[in-house]
Design a protein around this ligand. Structure first.
Ligand SMILES: NC(=O)C1=CN([C@@H]2O[C@H](COP(=O)(O)OP(=O)(O)OC[C@H]3O[C@@H](n4cnc5c(N)ncnc54)[C@H](O)[C@@H]3O)[C@@H](O)[C@H]2O)C=CC1
Ligand SMILES: O=C([O-])CC(=O)C(=O)O
Length: 273
């Protein structure tokens, strides 16, 4: 009897930065290494892209996703890349997995991508990114939720180059400083490199306008921390994760790459966990 053989999963990546490079490194060392193939990578400047996986071609135009027979297109390129590549990815692949989830705070974009997915029979996937507890929050939302609060606490270095620089003296802090309290929608819009996670917790729970987000710079920590709390008909949830920042980009967490690796592994593994 011949055993049924699964075809290698054909993956397209959008962005070849800290997260996606780490995803490829982790996958190549994982038990599913032989079961996945990185077929294409969408980049802005092909001449600058280094250490490209052997079988991958570089793309600069979303239309080039056509004909590649992709299973998953995984984005980790920044919020503008979601609008740029999303529709083509959803037409050409079974799933478009978004890491720059903050882009989906634009409700018109979210609705457009969902309707393309529906027409194409594909799926827009919001990965759990740097967060913990999203599975439970999303499950809890099947019953009424009263409140979801998400605090994002990062070292001052992670807030450099963002509007936080004008709101707190990042280099002179001696204690944690809160510099934003507002909706998930506003947090993602104003802090596109640091608050994508606010949209992940919002889409999992009570939406972009009811989810309360607090942003904090803490000189006493080295990790990117997320404190998620919720209560409702299911009971109470309180989850904290202290993420190691990625060596190549301190604004991003190791867990953002690990979540993508989990999503890809679950797509090919006989055990989904
Ligand atoms: N959901 C989550 O938990 C998290 C989400 N993020 C999101 O992931 C994004 C990527 O993170 P990193 O890899 O750390 O950033 P990075 O800056 O190291 O890499 C991003 C790469 O994407 C490329 N790029 C930009 N626009 C592009 C486009 N239109 N098409 C193709 N490539 C493009 C850049 O040239 C760069 O090489 C962040 O900008 C942020 O939006 C980051 C951390 C956590
Ligand atoms: O990596 C993190 O901790 C979260 C992050 O940068 C984001 O949501 O953009």
């Amino acid at each position: 009897m011949t055993a049924r053989r699964r075809k290698p999963l054909r993956i397209g990546l959008i962005g070849w930065g800290a997260i996606n490079r780490h995803v490829v490194r982790l996958l190549s060392r994982s038990v599913v290494a032989e079961a996945v193939s990185i077929v294409a990578i969408g980049v802005r400047s092909p001449e600058r892209a280094q250490d490209i996986p052997a079988d991958a071609s570089l793309l600069t135009d979303p239309q080039q996703l056509a004909g590649l027979d992709l299973d998953i297109v995984a984005e980790a390129a920044g919020q503008p890349a979601v609008a740029l590549w999303g529709e083509s990815a959803l037409r050409q692949a079974g799933a478009f997995a978004v890491t720059s989830a903050g882009a989906l705070a634009d409700t018109a974009l979210l609705e457009r991508l969902m309707s393309v997915a529906e027409a194409a029979g594909s799926q827009l996937v919001v990965t759990s990114g740097a967060l913990a507890g999203i599975d439970a929050l999303a499950a809890a939302s099947a019953l009424p939720l009263d409140e979801v609060v998400h605090a994002i606490v990062k070292p001052p270095a992670a807030w450099r180059g963002t509007p936080a620089e004008r709101l707190v003296p990042l280099d002179a802090l001696t204690a944690p400083a809160s510099f934003f309290i507002g909706s998930a929608r506003e947090a993602a819009r104003r802090f596109p490199q640091n608050a994508n996670v606010a949209v992940i917790s919002a889409l999992a729970g009570i939406g972009l306008d009811r989810t309360r987000v607090e942003l904090i710079a803490d000189p006493g920590i080295a990790e990117n921390c997320h404190r998620l709390s919720a209560h409702g008909a299911f009971g109470r949830l309180s989850v904290t994760i202290e993420n190691r920042p990625l060596a190549d980009n301190p604004k991003s967490s190791e867990m953002a790459a690990l979540s993508l690796v989990r999503m890809i592994s679950n797509s090919v593994s006989p055990l989904c966990r």
